[in-house]
Ligand binder design. Structure first.
Ligand code: ADP
Length: 264
């Protein structure tokens, strides 16, 4: 289908060389909660259009990274840049501007329960981006088609299954035309039979758009399918990074091997 957005890249999948551009960079980022160090002088970067998956044991700091990028929490030390602009440390106005380019989908869908599906998707583009109602609705209809929910646009979220609600949440995040989409264990709260539908939608988005994705997931097959790079976390540090075929088939680190044998 056509999405009529800048995030469609006609070269994707054709094998054409795309110039790399660093979109997200964390440098020496540390985060503490009380006397617990959750992220420990973390360095990593993500190039535009890439899909990076964060794996590792529970409590290793993966979600905290997404929350830092979404500015839901602040680092204690270090710098974070998005598309060459400093997100941290930065004045509040700059933070708000950069944040418009970042979308996040949470484990709990957090839809507005008193609004229709369509309105859930159009609300932020109209109020935050100043888009006209008509343009926002046109875009919302395209996105609902992308996530397979065109026939549900007038319903309230409470009438949808968890999987459908999560697909609305994905459409809502995309409606803001973010450069970066953060996905935080988006299938963890779903009944098992609803997981595949959501992952299929995300696979489709990964394939058909040039959006940059950072994804925390326990779905290792999904991670293997969509990732350009997999980062293995342990105790707030990246202990191993590489393409999925390397991390899943020939991990170098004992901790990675132990983790994968426990979850695969
Ligand atoms: P992961 O996503 O790898 O499971 P998290 O980033 O969610 O790990 O959490 C890392 C650690 O930080 C955990 O020990 C968690 O309990 C702690 N933590 C996260 N958020 C808070 C918070 N707001 N207050 C206190 N501790 C927190």
């Amino acid at each position: 289908m056509s999405l009529d957005t800048h995030d469609i890249d006609p070269r994707r999948g054709t094998g054409a060389e795309r110039p790399t551009r660093e979109l997200v960079r964390l440098e020496q980022v540390s985060k503490r909660f009380g006397d617990r160090t959750v992220l420990d002088r973390l360095d990593f970067s993500v190039d535009a259009g890439k899909h990076v998956t964060l794996i590792g044991p529970s409590g290793s700091g993966k979600t905290t990274i997404l929350r830092l990028l979404m500015t839901l929490t602040k680092p204690d030390e270090g710098t974070i840049t998005v598309d060459g602009r400093t997100l941290y440390p930065a004045p509040e106005k700059q933070v708000r501007e950069i944040r418009k380019n970042i979308g996040m989908v949470f484990q709990q869908f957090n839809l507005f329960p008193n609004m229709s599906v369509l309105r859930n998707i159009t609300e932020a583009p109209v109020t935050v981006l100043g888009m006209s109602k008509d343009a926002a609705e046109e875009r919302a209809r395209e996105l609902l088609e992308l996530v397979g929910l065109s026939e549900h646009l007038d319903k309230h979220p409470g009438r949808l299954s968890g999987g459908q609600q999560q697909r609305v949440a994905i459409a809502r995040a995309l409606a803001m035309r973010p450069q970066v989409l953060l996905l935080d264990e988006v299938t963890s709260a779903l009944d098992p039979e609803l997981v595949a539908g959501v992952l299929d939608v995300l696979r489709d988005i990964a394939r058909s758009t040039d959006i940059t994705m950072l994804c925390v997931t326990h779905e290792m097959n999904f991670a293997r399918d969509i990732s350009d790079q997999v980062l293995m976390f342990d105790s707030g540090r990246v202990i191993e990074a590489g393409p999925p075929e390397k991390i899943f088939s020939e991990p170098e680190h004992d901790r990675t091997r132990e983790f994968l044998s426990a979850v695969l």
